[in-house]
Design a protein around this ligand. Structure first.
Ligand code: GRF
Length: 200
Protein backbone atom coordinates (compact mmCIF):
# COMPACT_ATOMS: atom_id res chain seq x y z
CA UNK A 1 0.00 0.00 0.00
CA UNK A 2 1.03 3.57 -0.65
CA UNK A 3 2.83 5.12 2.31
CA UNK A 4 2.08 8.80 2.65
CA UNK A 5 3.94 11.65 4.34
CA UNK A 6 2.47 15.14 4.56
CA UNK A 7 4.75 18.14 5.05
CA UNK A 8 3.27 21.26 6.63
CA UNK A 9 4.33 24.59 8.13
CA UNK A 10 1.13 26.01 9.57
CA UNK A 11 -2.65 25.72 9.56
CA UNK A 12 -2.81 22.29 7.94
CA UNK A 13 -6.27 22.49 6.38
CA UNK A 14 -5.18 20.68 3.20
CA UNK A 15 -3.51 18.04 5.34
CA UNK A 16 -6.76 17.63 7.27
CA UNK A 17 -8.76 17.28 4.05
CA UNK A 18 -6.39 14.54 2.84
CA UNK A 19 -6.41 12.68 6.18
CA UNK A 20 -10.20 12.75 6.37
CA UNK A 21 -10.62 11.65 2.75
CA UNK A 22 -8.29 8.70 3.30
CA UNK A 23 -10.64 7.52 6.04
CA UNK A 24 -14.04 8.32 4.54
CA UNK A 25 -13.33 7.53 0.90
CA UNK A 26 -11.24 4.50 1.73
CA UNK A 27 -8.26 5.70 -0.32
CA UNK A 28 -5.77 2.80 -0.33
CA UNK A 29 -3.01 4.73 1.42
CA UNK A 30 -1.48 4.65 4.84
CA UNK A 31 -0.61 8.03 6.34
CA UNK A 32 2.75 7.23 7.88
CA UNK A 33 3.66 10.65 9.23
CA UNK A 34 2.99 14.39 9.22
CA UNK A 35 6.19 16.44 9.36
CA UNK A 36 6.39 20.14 10.19
CA UNK A 37 9.35 22.46 9.88
CA UNK A 38 7.76 24.64 12.58
CA UNK A 39 7.27 23.34 16.13
CA UNK A 40 4.15 25.51 16.63
CA UNK A 41 2.31 24.58 13.42
CA UNK A 42 -1.42 24.30 14.16
CA UNK A 43 -1.70 21.33 11.83
CA UNK A 44 0.38 19.18 14.20
CA UNK A 45 -2.44 19.21 16.77
CA UNK A 46 -5.02 18.33 14.12
CA UNK A 47 -2.89 15.41 12.91
CA UNK A 48 -2.46 14.10 16.46
CA UNK A 49 -6.21 14.30 17.07
CA UNK A 50 -6.76 12.28 13.93
CA UNK A 51 -4.36 9.66 15.26
CA UNK A 52 -1.49 10.33 12.87
CA UNK A 53 2.16 10.30 13.97
CA UNK A 54 3.89 13.68 13.83
CA UNK A 55 7.50 14.82 13.70
CA UNK A 56 9.11 18.25 13.77
CA UNK A 57 12.24 18.92 11.77
CA UNK A 58 12.87 22.49 12.85
CA UNK A 59 14.21 24.57 9.98
CA UNK A 60 15.09 27.52 12.16
CA UNK A 61 18.84 26.90 11.97
CA UNK A 62 18.85 25.89 8.30
CA UNK A 63 18.66 29.15 6.46
CA UNK A 64 21.35 28.26 3.95
CA UNK A 65 21.89 24.79 2.60
CA UNK A 66 18.58 23.27 1.47
CA UNK A 67 20.03 19.81 0.93
CA UNK A 68 21.47 19.68 4.46
CA UNK A 69 17.94 20.29 5.79
CA UNK A 70 16.23 17.96 3.32
CA UNK A 71 18.54 15.12 4.36
CA UNK A 72 16.96 15.39 7.82
CA UNK A 73 13.48 15.20 6.29
CA UNK A 74 14.54 12.16 4.25
CA UNK A 75 15.86 10.47 7.40
CA UNK A 76 12.36 10.87 8.92
CA UNK A 77 10.73 9.58 5.72
CA UNK A 78 12.99 6.52 5.88
CA UNK A 79 12.18 6.00 9.56
CA UNK A 80 8.49 5.77 8.58
CA UNK A 81 9.21 3.70 5.46
CA UNK A 82 8.08 6.40 3.01
CA UNK A 83 10.46 5.45 0.21
CA UNK A 84 10.92 6.42 -3.46
CA UNK A 85 9.42 2.99 -4.25
CA UNK A 86 6.27 2.96 -2.10
CA UNK A 87 5.87 6.53 -0.92
CA UNK A 88 4.15 9.80 -1.68
CA UNK A 89 5.18 13.10 -0.13
CA UNK A 90 2.47 15.78 -0.11
CA UNK A 91 3.61 19.35 0.39
CA UNK A 92 0.65 21.05 2.03
CA UNK A 93 1.52 24.63 2.85
CA UNK A 94 5.15 23.62 3.45
CA UNK A 95 6.89 26.97 3.28
CA UNK A 96 10.32 25.85 2.15
CA UNK A 97 11.91 25.41 -1.23
CA UNK A 98 12.85 21.78 -1.75
CA UNK A 99 16.39 20.94 -2.91
CA UNK A 100 16.92 19.42 -6.34
CA UNK A 101 18.56 16.41 -4.65
CA UNK A 102 15.33 15.67 -2.73
CA UNK A 103 13.24 16.14 -5.89
CA UNK A 104 15.50 13.73 -7.82
CA UNK A 105 15.46 11.10 -5.08
CA UNK A 106 11.65 11.09 -4.87
CA UNK A 107 11.07 11.82 -8.55
CA UNK A 108 7.37 12.21 -9.36
CA UNK A 109 6.51 11.21 -5.81
CA UNK A 110 6.36 14.71 -4.37
CA UNK A 111 3.09 16.60 -4.88
CA UNK A 112 2.35 20.24 -4.15
CA UNK A 113 -0.76 22.39 -4.03
CA UNK A 114 -0.71 26.00 -5.15
CA UNK A 115 -3.55 28.55 -4.88
CA UNK A 116 -3.54 29.66 -8.54
CA UNK A 117 -3.94 28.17 -11.98
CA UNK A 118 -0.30 27.39 -12.72
CA UNK A 119 1.70 28.36 -14.67
CA UNK A 120 0.06 31.68 -13.70
CA UNK A 121 1.02 33.31 -10.42
CA UNK A 122 3.66 31.02 -8.90
CA UNK A 123 5.31 32.08 -5.65
CA UNK A 124 3.94 33.89 -2.64
CA UNK A 125 0.59 35.72 -2.46
CA UNK A 126 -0.85 34.03 -5.54
CA UNK A 127 -4.39 35.22 -4.74
CA UNK A 128 -3.18 38.82 -4.37
CA UNK A 129 -1.33 38.53 -7.67
CA UNK A 130 -4.54 37.41 -9.40
CA UNK A 131 -6.52 40.32 -7.92
CA UNK A 132 -3.87 42.89 -8.80
CA UNK A 133 -3.78 41.54 -12.32
CA UNK A 134 -7.56 41.90 -12.73
CA UNK A 135 -7.87 38.21 -13.55
CA UNK A 136 -11.48 37.05 -14.08
CA UNK A 137 -10.64 33.51 -13.03
CA UNK A 138 -8.10 31.96 -10.74
CA UNK A 139 -8.12 28.68 -8.85
CA UNK A 140 -5.74 26.04 -7.61
CA UNK A 141 -3.38 23.40 -8.94
CA UNK A 142 -2.04 20.08 -7.71
CA UNK A 143 1.20 19.17 -9.46
CA UNK A 144 4.27 17.01 -9.11
CA UNK A 145 7.11 19.13 -7.78
CA UNK A 146 10.15 19.61 -9.97
CA UNK A 147 13.30 21.69 -9.51
CA UNK A 148 11.52 25.01 -10.05
CA UNK A 149 9.22 26.60 -7.46
CA UNK A 150 5.48 25.89 -8.00
CA UNK A 151 6.32 24.08 -11.20
CA UNK A 152 6.09 20.56 -12.59
CA UNK A 153 3.60 18.22 -14.26
CA UNK A 154 0.04 19.34 -13.51
CA UNK A 155 -2.28 16.69 -12.07
CA UNK A 156 -5.54 18.53 -11.30
CA UNK A 157 -6.83 22.10 -11.38
CA UNK A 158 -10.03 23.78 -10.23
CA UNK A 159 -11.21 27.14 -11.50
CA UNK A 160 -12.67 29.85 -9.26
CA UNK A 161 -14.34 32.98 -10.57
CA UNK A 162 -12.88 36.24 -9.25
CA UNK A 163 -15.74 38.49 -8.15
CA UNK A 164 -15.67 42.26 -8.49
CA UNK A 165 -15.79 42.84 -4.75
CA UNK A 166 -13.34 40.07 -3.83
CA UNK A 167 -10.62 40.79 -1.31
CA UNK A 168 -7.54 38.64 -0.86
CA UNK A 169 -9.33 36.95 2.05
CA UNK A 170 -12.61 36.17 0.28
CA UNK A 171 -10.87 34.91 -2.85
CA UNK A 172 -8.43 32.81 -0.78
CA UNK A 173 -11.37 31.29 1.09
CA UNK A 174 -13.18 30.19 -2.08
CA UNK A 175 -9.97 28.87 -3.61
CA UNK A 176 -9.24 26.93 -0.39
CA UNK A 177 -12.61 25.17 -0.64
CA UNK A 178 -11.53 23.85 -4.02
CA UNK A 179 -8.06 22.94 -2.76
CA UNK A 180 -9.71 20.68 -0.20
CA UNK A 181 -11.43 18.82 -3.03
CA UNK A 182 -8.66 18.44 -5.60
CA UNK A 183 -5.77 17.55 -3.27
CA UNK A 184 -7.46 14.46 -1.77
CA UNK A 185 -8.64 13.53 -5.27
CA UNK A 186 -5.07 13.70 -6.62
CA UNK A 187 -3.89 11.48 -3.76
CA UNK A 188 -6.71 9.04 -4.50
CA UNK A 189 -5.79 8.86 -8.19
CA UNK A 190 -2.13 8.36 -7.33
CA UNK A 191 -2.92 5.63 -4.79
CA UNK A 192 -5.00 3.82 -7.40
CA UNK A 193 -2.15 4.06 -9.93
CA UNK A 194 -4.29 6.18 -12.23
CA UNK A 195 -1.79 8.95 -12.89
CA UNK A 196 0.40 8.36 -15.91
CA UNK A 197 3.10 10.84 -16.83
CA UNK A 198 3.85 11.44 -20.47
CA UNK A 199 6.48 14.14 -21.05
CA UNK A 200 4.86 16.38 -18.43
C1 GRF B 1 -2.78 26.78 0.78
O1 GRF B 1 -3.42 27.88 0.23
C2 GRF B 1 -1.89 26.13 -0.24
O2 GRF B 1 -2.37 26.20 -1.54
C3 GRF B 1 -0.61 26.92 -0.12
O3 GRF B 1 -0.49 27.21 1.26
C4 GRF B 1 -1.78 27.19 1.86
C5 GRF B 1 -1.71 26.20 2.98
O4 GRF B 1 -2.89 26.15 3.74
N1 GRF B 1 0.51 26.20 -0.69
P1 GRF B 1 -3.14 24.96 4.77
O5 GRF B 1 -1.95 24.95 5.72
O6 GRF B 1 -3.26 23.70 4.00
O7 GRF B 1 -4.39 25.32 5.48
Amino acid sequence: MLNLAILISGRGSNMEAILKAIKTEKIPANTAVVISNKPDAKGLEIAKKLGVKTEVVDSHDFKGDRWEYDKKIIAVLEKYNVTPENGLVCLAGFMRIISSEFIKKYKNRIMNIHPALLPSYPGLHAQRQALEDGAKYSGCTVHFADEKVDHGPIILQATVEVKKDDTEETLSERILEQEHKIYPEAVRLFALGKIKLKEN
